[in-house]
Design a protein around this ligand. Structure first.
Ligand code: TYD
Ligand code: MG
Length: 458
């Protein structure tokens, strides 16, 4: 029978590496001061080899995975790739207070409020952080009226699984995984050992019995979901809920998705009555655009499969101390430095010695290189203190020789700009031949180098 003995191990809280002795620096992930003492049970019969099944031709395997449960929340469905896949485990991470619990509860509301669900559908919200009364207060703000949403206040994974078995919900939310513990481990809730063990227990149950499990996870100071490596490879889908606290807009981003595309984003606005889907993000991100201000450029950026127009702002000012400052919000700092060097060397602007501040309006983060040209034009506009024509959008990648390179999905970018009333679009020259629609009401200007682009504008 099961013989067990407790052993003491020191476990890195960042990557889950363990050692019999305490270590100052983790040899695996090289982080400092992350080792914490944990009691682990050494069970001889812990992992029994599974009975192996015979190999079968891939064509004969029943997939049966496509009957998704749509959430009826367009933004969330887009990020998930069309809804919840039964038996899948989704992890959503984000800073405290960003709205993860609100999102989870609202999602259950949206599913329960859709017309075509019967009484057979049960949805469970397990809270380890708040009391059922607090959940009720939130539910009242959001306006939940369905009696198919159940609330359970519990932190023991064993009892939660027991309750899931009784209720057999189609979707169970666990808020949050850091407050859960399993009786098999002596370490404190929130430690890597507990998080990993709790997640894998819930996963085993999900895979065998079919409820989709939605885990809420907190993000550490460094911006990773606590116990990041151990969790991210276990679960099927990893979502990040992000956005500045000072902005009402929240962005849900897929980092990993076994059942859909990654880099899809969903945009929400935090209102008094919960999160509202933002149907046309471009309009919102451009709504407060200053008129006649230098350093402001609009660019269509593709996030996942959807184009979004964003405003890129630059402020170039004379450097008052020895080393010029480079501060960027929402953009890659290195990319901006590189573009400044290209502007100095290829376009002959004496910009490297200036303080540079850059921002993407609305608190969005953009990483694709197709916004290089927009960043450069914003910099030049602020440097020369000349505002741009407000009806122009720009996109294109810039190489180190100052050449403007082609980008993907230009039709989508141009259509989005056209939809919002822009009348001119500066694009990479090489892309001009590939524009499909010729009856554009928007005029297209092709440029092949940064100097040419600057000539077009100034
Ligand atoms: P919450 O979902 O509790 O965040 P998390 O679970 O990520 O910690 O969201 C809390 C914030 O959202 C809080 O500051 C209040 C705000 N909020 C609204 O503005 N409107 C609402 O309808 C709700 C429910 C919350
Ligand atoms: Mg919460």
């Amino acid at each position: 029978m099961k013989k067990s003995k407790t052993i003491t191990l020191f476990v890195c809280q960042n990557c889950g590496n363990s050692s019999p002795r305490w270590l100052g620096k983790c040899p695996e992930c090289e982080s400092w001061n992350t080792y914490v003492e944990e009691q682990q049970e050494k069970t001889k019969t812990a992992y029994k080899a599974k009975k192996t099944s015979d190999p079968i031709p891939i064509t004969e395997i029943q997939s049966g995975k496509e009957d998704r449960i749509p959430t009826h929340n367009k933004e969330l469905d887009r990020v998930l790739g069309g809804g919840f896949v039964p038996g899948s485990v989704i992890l959503v991470g984000g800073d405290p207070g960003i709205g993860k619990s609100t999102l989870a509860l609202q999602m259950l509301n949206d599913i329960s409020a859709s017309s075509n669900i019967g009484d057979s559908l049960n949805l469970l919200y397990v809270t380890g952080e708040e009391s059922p009364e607090q959940v009720k207060l939130r539910a009242e703000r959001i306006g939940i009226s369905s009696n198919r949403v159940f609330v359970l206040s519990a932190t023991s994974v064993e009892s939660i699984i027991e309750q899931i078995k009784n209720l057999s919900p189609q979707i169970a939310v666990i808020d949050s995984i850091q407050t859960m513990y399993t009786e098999d481990l002596a370490s404190a809730p929130g430690s890597v050992g507990q998080i990993r063990e709790c997640t894998s227990k819930l996963m085993q149950h999900a895979k065998a019995n079919g409820p989709a499990i939605f885990l809420v996870g907190h993000v550490t100071k460094e911006g990773a979901i606590a116990g990041p490596k151990v969790l991210e490879h276990l679960v099927d889908t990893v979502l990040y809920f992000e956005g500045g606290k000072d902005h009402p807009y929240r962005i849900l981003r897929a980092i990993k998705n076994r059942f859909g595309s990654t880099n899809e984003i969903g945009v929400f606005e935090m209102m008094d009555v919960g999160l509202k889907e933002v149907k046309n993000p471009s309009e919102i991100f451009l709504s407060e655009r200053p008129e006649n201000a230098s350093g402001s450029v609009v660019t269509p950026s593709i996030e996942g499969t959807r184009p979004i127009l964003v405003e890129i702002q630059a402020l170039v000012s004379p450097c008052s101390f020895g080393v010029p400052r480079r501060t960027t919000i929402g953009l890659d700092n290195n990319r901006v430095s590189l573009l400044l060097a290209v502007l100095e060397k290829r376009a002959g602007l004496q910009i490297l010695g200036q303080d540079v501040f850059m921002n993407v309006a609305g608190g969005v983060k953009i990483e694709e290189p197709a916004i290089d040209l927009a960043i450069s034009i914003a910099l030049v506009s602020s440097f020369l203190n000349k505002p741009l024509d407000p009806g122009v959008v720009v996109f294109g990648e810039i190489g180190l020789a100052g050449e403007v390179r082609g980008v993907s999905q230009i039709d989508m970018r141009i259509n989005e700009a056209q939809k919002l009333g822009f009348n001119k679009c500066v694009v990479p020259k090489i892309n001009l031949d590939r524009v499909a629609s010729t009856n554009n009401s928007i005029s297209l200007v092709g440029v092949d180098s940064i100097e040419k682009a600057i000539e077009v504008f100034f």
